[in-house]
Design a protein around this ligand. Structure first.
Ligand code: NAP
Ligand code: MG
Length: 515
C-alpha cells in the first residue's frame, strides 16, 4: 500500500466569515437532533438497560445533548467476552486492510468536520477553534497510526545469521479496554481506540460520561467504513460501575486510559492483580494529570510572555492536561509581568461555546464547585489579581482567575485544579525557577520564556517535563511533530502521536528457521 507522507490536518480559518457561517449552520442543524436516546453496541447488536447516562450542554445546563442506555456489570462482561471471540478473526486481517479502515474513517470525519465540531461545542462547551483543533487532531491520529501500522508490519531490521533465516514480527495483544476523558472528547478517544484497533486488537470503548456522544459519533464513523462488528464495542456507563468489571476481567489484556491521577492509579493497581484463569500480565497505559508551568525569565519580552501564558492557562477554560497552571516569574520583572498578564487576561470574554466566546463553561457542576473551592483556598494562600467568581449565564461559567504571590509549596502550586485558575509564583533567579518548576509530583508540559541560550540549555538538562517548549505556549501539541506524554504522576509517557506509540499495543515475536 502506497500512502503519501503524513501531514497535519490544517485548522479551519474562522477569521473567514464563510467558515463561521458554516459552523453556525452546523450547530443549528445539530440542535434539531438533540435529546435522542442511543443504545450500547456489543458485537454489532444494540443493547438496552434500565439506567441512562445523560449528557448535558455545560453552557446551557438544562439542554440534554443525548441519553444513553447505561452499561451494567453484566453487559461489561458480555462486551469483553464478545471482543475476545472477535480477536481470533481480527488479528488475522492484514495490517494494510486494518490501516485502510482508518484512512477511510479520516475521510468521513473530514466531510463531517463542521457537524462533529458542532456536537463537541454543544456537549463539552468548546469554542469553534478549540473544537475544530480537536477534530483535526482526531484526523491526524488516524492518518498517523494508519501509516505507523504499515511501518510496523514491514520487514524489521535484524542482524543476519549464516544458515538461519531470522525475522521479527509484531503481533497484537488481545482485548483492550479504552477509557478516554471528556476534555479532548474526540481526539483522545479516536487516537486511543484507533491505535488499539489498527494494531489488530479488539476493544471495549467506555466513553466519558460527560461526552458519550463523541464516542457514539466515532462508533458510527467506523461502522460506515465497514469495520466488522465486535472489533469496537461501545459501552457508555459510569466509570465507577463498569470500569472495575472491564479492567478486572481475566480476558482483558490491556487498558488504555487517559484521565485523572486518581482513576489512573486505581486502574493500575486493579489491573496488576492476576485473576483466576488469567494467563498474562495486563498492560496499562495511563496518561494522567499535570501541574504545568511556564517560567518567565528576566531576559525576555514580557508582553509576548503574558500573551503566551494567558492562552496556555485559559484555552478551553484551562481544562487541558497541558494547561499552564503555574507561572514562575523572576523577581526582577515580577510586577511588570503581573500587570501585563492582568491586561491580557481581562481581555478574555466568557460565554457559551456555541456563540464562540474566547472562554466557555467548565464541564459540569462538580467541576465548577471544585474550582470555586480552589479559588477560595488561593485567596488565602496568595492575592487575587483578577477574576475569582462565577460568570453569568445558564451554565457552569467561571471568570478567568489569576492568583499572585503563591508559594511553591502552596496547594495552588501543587494540586491539579483543571479549570481557569492560574497561580503566579515569584522566584529569586533562574536556578530557583527551574527548581520550583520540577517541584511537583507531575511532569507533563511546560515552557520557558527567555532570550538567553545558556538558560535554554540549562532547562533542557534539568526540567523533567514530557513536552517542554521554548518561547511559545505550552498547549497544542501536534501529532507527528510533538509526540505527547508526561513523566512521574503525569503517566506512562506513552507519547501519543509518536513513533513509539503503537508498540504499546503490540508484542514482538522472533521467528528463526534453519535454511
Ligand atoms: P477521570 O475522571 O479520571 O475520567 C477519565 C475516564 O475514566 C472517564 O471515562 C471515566 O468515566 C473513567 N473512569 C472513572 N472511574 C473509573 C474506574 N473505576 N475504572 C475505569 N474507568 C473509570 O478524568 P476526566 O475528568 O475525564 O479528565 C480530566 C483528567 O484527564 C485531568 O486530570 C487531565 O489532566 C487528564 N488528561 C490527561 C491527558 C494526558 O495525555 N496526560 C490528556 C487529557 C486529560 P466516567 O466519566 O463515567 O466517570
Ligand atoms: Mg456534557
Amino acid at each position: 500500500m502506497r500512502v503519501k507522507p503524513f501531514r497535519n490536518e490544517p485548522f479551519t480559518d474562522f477569521s473567514k466569515k464563510s467558515n463561521l457561517v458554516k459552523q453556525e449552520k452546523a450547530i443549528a442543524h445539530v440542535k434539531k437532533q438533540l435529546g435522542k436516546t442511543y443504545e450500547m453496541i456489543v458485537g454489532g447488536k444494540k443493547l438496552r438497560s434500565k439506567g441512562r447516562t445523560v449528557s448535558y450542554n455545560p453552557s446551557n445546563k438544562d439542554e440534554v445533548i443525548a441519553k444513553f442506555h447505561k452499561g451494567t456489570k453484566e453487559i461489561a462482561n458480555k462486551a469483553i467476552v464478545t471482543a475476545y471471540k472477535k480477536f481470533d478473526e481480527w488479528k488475522l486481517v492484514p495490517a494494510e486492510k486494518r490501516a485502510s479502515y482508518l484512512f477511510k474513517a479520516s475521510n468521513i470525519v473530514r466531510k463531517r468536520r463542521f457537524e462533529i465540531n458542532a456536537w463537541m461545542i454543544l456537549e463539552t462547551g468548546k469554542n469553534y477553534l478549540e473544537a475544530d483543533a480537536d477534530t483535526a487532531e482526531a484526523i491526524d491520529f488516524m492518518e498517523f497510526y494508519g501509516r505507523e501500522m504499515l511501518r510496523y508490519a514491514s520487514k524489521q531490521p535484524i542482524t543476519p545469521l549464516k544458515g538461519e533465516k531470522n525475522e521479527l514480527v509484531y503481533l497484537p495483544l488481545g482485548v483492550g479496554v479504552t477509557v478516554p476523558p471528556w476534555n479532548f472528547p474526540f481526539a483522545i478517544l479516536v487516537g486511543m481506540t484507533s491505535a488499539a484497533v489498527v494494531t489488530g486488537n479488539t476493544v471495549v470503548l467506555k466513553p466519558s460520561s460527560d461526552s458519550p456522544m463523541m464516542g457514539k459519533i466515532f462508533y458510527d464513523v467506523m461502522q460506515e467504513t465497514g469495520l466488522p462488528d465486535g472489533v469496537i464495542n461501545f459501552l457508555p456507563g459510569s466509570g465507577g460501575e463498569v470500569g472495575d468489571t472491564l479492567v478486572g476481567h481475566p480476558k482483558t489484556r490491556f487498558v488504555s486510559f487517559t484521565g485523572s491521577m486518581e482513576v489512573g492509579t486505581h486502574i493500575y493497581e486493579l489491573a496488576s492483580r492476576v485473576q483466576p484463569g488469567q494467563i498474562w500480565l495486563k498492560r496499562v497505559v495511563a496518561e494522567m494529570g499535570g501541574k504545568d508551568c511556564i517560567i518567565v525569565d528576566n531576559e525576555t519580552n514580557l508582553t509576548e510572555a503574558a500573551k503566551g501564558v494567558a492562552v496556555s492557562a485559559f484555552g478551553f477554560q484551562g481544562q487541558k492536561c497541558s494547561a499552564c497552571s503555574r507561572v514562575i516569574v523572576d523577581k526582577r520583572v515580577y510586577s511588570k509581568f503581573v500587570s501585563r498578564l492582568k491586561t491580557e487576561v481581562e481581555k478574555i470574554t466568557v460565554g457559551p461555546g456555541e456563540e464562540n466566546y474566547a472562554m466557555g463553561a467548565v464541564i459540569n457542576e462538580a467541576a465548577q464547585k471544585s474550582i470555586l473551592k480552589y479559588i477560595q483556598i488561593g485567596k488565602k494562600e496568595g492575592k487575587l489579581l483578577t477574576g475569582g467568581r462565577k460568570a453569568k449565564g445558564n451554565g457552569y461559567f467561571i471568570e478567568p482567575t489569576v492568583i499572585k504571590d503563591i508559594k511553591p509549596t502552596d496547594r495552588l502550586a501543587q494540586e491539579e485544579i483543571f479549570g481557569p485558575v492560574l497561580a503566579v509564583i515569584k522566584s529569586n533567579n533562574y536556578e530557583q525557577s527551574l527548581k520550583i518548576a520540577n517541584n511537583t509530583i507531575y511532569g507533563l508540559t511546560g515552557a520557558v520564556y527567555t532570550r538567553n541560550r545558556n538558560k535554554i540549555n540549562a532547562a533542557k538538562k534539568h526540567l523533567l517535563i514530557g513536552n517542554l517548549y521554548f518561547n511559545r505556549k505550552c498547549t497544542g501539541a501536534l501529532v507527528g511533530s510533538q509526540p505527547f506524554g508526561g513523566f512521574n504522576m503525569s503517566g506512562t509517557d506513552s507519547k501519543a502521536g509518536g513513533r513509539d506509540y503503537l508498540l504499546l499495543f503490540l508484542q514482538a515475536q522472533t521467528l528463526s528457521e534453519k535454511v
